[in-house]
Write a protein that binds this ligand. Structure first.
Ligand code: ADP
Ligand code: X2W
Length: 290
């Protein structure tokens, strides 16, 4: 009996061999989202996975959000917050809170969890070393541009600082705040920021973790998860998507169209979903290919 269990474990390990070979040295950008980071056990599991990837010879980079955490901080401070076309309307007052929560709280939490396993994680804001430069973005509602405050659209990525950390064996943990050449700071959707960084690094994969199994074909019906689709199929589907899935699938499309070979949407509620996707033959979630 004992031997059987040991064999099953050995088989699971050896199943990973071709994937370990294939992804050795590969840069993988992981978007860790607010709704997938609310459970303490899952957060620890996420940190373990990222460190596992690093020890397995990959070069993981984490770009994080923190939408629910920002909303809760704004709420406590009595600052009203609304979303237009999936983006937070960001007043100068709200921007200070966004930066404080993302850079000062969420980033520090993730860095701390990863560094339980060794001196790997280094936190960065997109403002650091000109990593993300943005301009003011307008939302489009019924075909008309709408002012949504200090929300940024990334126009330039300088990934040098991230590359240097990776070369030094570190795990960069990046907040989705950007600087503008106009001296402003900008709030950038974290899915969008992750895609921009994946393209700039020419990553082998973009992995977007969220709180659903993947892209559902007939949302709000959740019986049919799309396993894989091409960039063209996704582009056709884009106008039918709603709420939080819009920036996520847009990010996958941007990444794949920008030369990243694979983009995945995975269920962050499944323990070790990243390891299952990268190192097993089945894969999970939704995969977008060119
Ligand atoms: N076609 C779809 N497939 C899956 N989820 C969808 C779809 N359309 C809308 N959604 C919604 O998008 C949500 C994910 O977006 P969001 O809550 O912004 O995630 P996160 O906080 O992880 O960035 C899902 O929980 C689901 O409610
Ligand atoms: C412009 C905009 O909407 N920015 C987002 C940034 C954080 C984010 O994207 O967090 P999640 O990935 O957890 O949703 C916000 O203010 O909520």
């Amino acid at each position: 009996m004992r031997l059987t269990t040991a064999h099953t474990k050995a088989e699971a390990l050896i199943e990973a061999l071709p994937w370990l070979t294939r992804f050795h040295g590969a840069t993988v950008v992981i978007k860790y989202g607010g709704n997938a980071m609310t459970d303490e056990a899952l957060k620890s599991g996420f940190a373990e996975d990222v460190v596992f990837l690093r020890h397995a010879g990959l070069r993981p980079v984490v770009v994080h959000g923190g939408g629910p955490q920002i909303s809760s901080a704004l709420d406590k401070l009595g600052i009203e917050s609304t979303f237009t076309a999936g983006l937070r309307v960001t007043t100068p007052e709200a921007m200070q809170v966004v930066r404080m929560v993302l850079v000062g709280q969420v980033n520090r939490d993730i860095v701390g969890l990863v560094n339980r396993h060794g001196p790997f994680a280094v936190g960065l804001s997109g403002e650091d070393a000109h990593l993300f430069t943005a301009v003011r973005k307008h939302a489009v509602v019924d075909g008309e541009p709408v002012d949504i405050g200090q929300v940024g659209e990334i126009i330039k990525v300088e990934p040098g600082a991230v590359g240097a950390l990776l070369d030094d064996g570190r795990i960069p943990i990046v907040s989705s705040v950007a600087r503008g050449d106009d001296g402003e700071i900008y709030n950038v959707n974290a899915d969008t920021a992750a895609a921009a960084l994946a393209v700039a690094l020419q990553a082998r994969k973009l992995i977007v973790l969220t709180d659903v199994e993947g892209l559902y074909a007939n949302w709000p019906d959740d019986t049919d998860v799309i396993d894989e689709l091409s960039a063209d199929e996704l582009a056709t589907m884009m106008p039918t998507l709603s709420s939080g899935m819009v920036p996520k699938m847009e990010a996958c499309l941007t990444a794949v169209q920008g030369g990243v070979p694979r983009a995945h949407v995975l269920d962050g509620r499944v323990p070790h979903s990243m390891l299952l996707e990268i190192f097993t033959n089945e894969g999970i979630g939704t995969m977008v290919m060119p």
